[in-house]
Design a protein around this ligand. Structure first.
Ligand code: 5GP
Length: 204
């Protein structure tokens, strides 16, 4: 029997420090044809090389962001490293109402905010194997000025300490993306078996 016949959908919140590899994990899950709605966050940050509007982020102006914010259009929004990010409420709500599992990629402060709205979502913290690896990844990405790199590393150190309240911590080891994805799939499987991690779209 298809689990969707008997169980409400799962809302999976994927969090972790900047540079840990959340996008790589999500991209791999997409390639594998995982049947989630992959929520696309709206942001005022400048588009990076290689990013696609509407797929990686919905790139909007400050005015557009503010208008959507005032219409209560975001499930959660925050200023992160000087830019605004918001999770479009209708995307999440509509997908859950249709019985589709949903993934939201978000920073740790955002995950905490969503926890208040959706305590039964499945919270997964993606962690680097160590801080040196994280610094290496952020440096290799070369999108951060050295000031911003320093801030991201300091924030990451604080975020690592708050990993304890998540349902699962998944380490994203170097060159082991499939292992991280498998651990996430396993966590979802356990959540389904336990039938406690279901999200009511009416509360979203
Ligand atoms: P980046 O600009 O490097 O893609 O993302 C910077 C940080 O913003 C990352 O830690 C990412 O998880 C976080 N982020 C992305 N989307 C959202 C969102 O909708 N809400 C919040 N609070 N953070 C987000």
């Amino acid at each position: 029997m298809n689990h969707k016949d008997v169980q409400p959908p799962i809302l999976l919140i994927l969090s972790g420090p900047s540079g840990v590899g959340k996008d790589a994990v999500l991209s791999r899950m997409r390639d594998l044809g995982e049947p989630y709605h992959f929520t696309v966050t709206a942001t005022t940050r400048t588009q990076r090389n290689g990013e696609t509007d509407g797929k990686d982020y919905i790139f909007v102006s400050q005015a557009e962001f503010k208008a959507q914010m005032e219409q209560d259009g975001f499930l959660e929004w925050a200023e992160v490293y000087g830019n605004y990010y918001g999770v479009p409420r209708d995307q999440v709500k509509t997908a859950l109402q249709r019985g589709k599992d949903v993934i939201v990629k978000i920073d740790v402060q955002g995950a905490k905010t969503i926890k208040k709205l959706a305590p039964n979502a499945l919270y997964i913290f993606l962690a680097p194997p160590n801080m040196e690896q994280l610094e290496k990844r952020l440096t290799a990405r070369m999108t951060e000025s050295s000031g911003s790199l320093k801030i991201r590393l300091e924030t990451a150190t604080k975020e690592m300490k708050s990993a304890t309240w998540f349902d699962h911590v998944v380490i994203n080891h170097e060159n082991q993306l499939d292992l991280a994805v498998a651990e996430i799939q396993y966590a979802v499987k356990i959540a389904r078996l336990n039938q406690i991690k279901t999200s009511n779209p009416d509360l979203i």
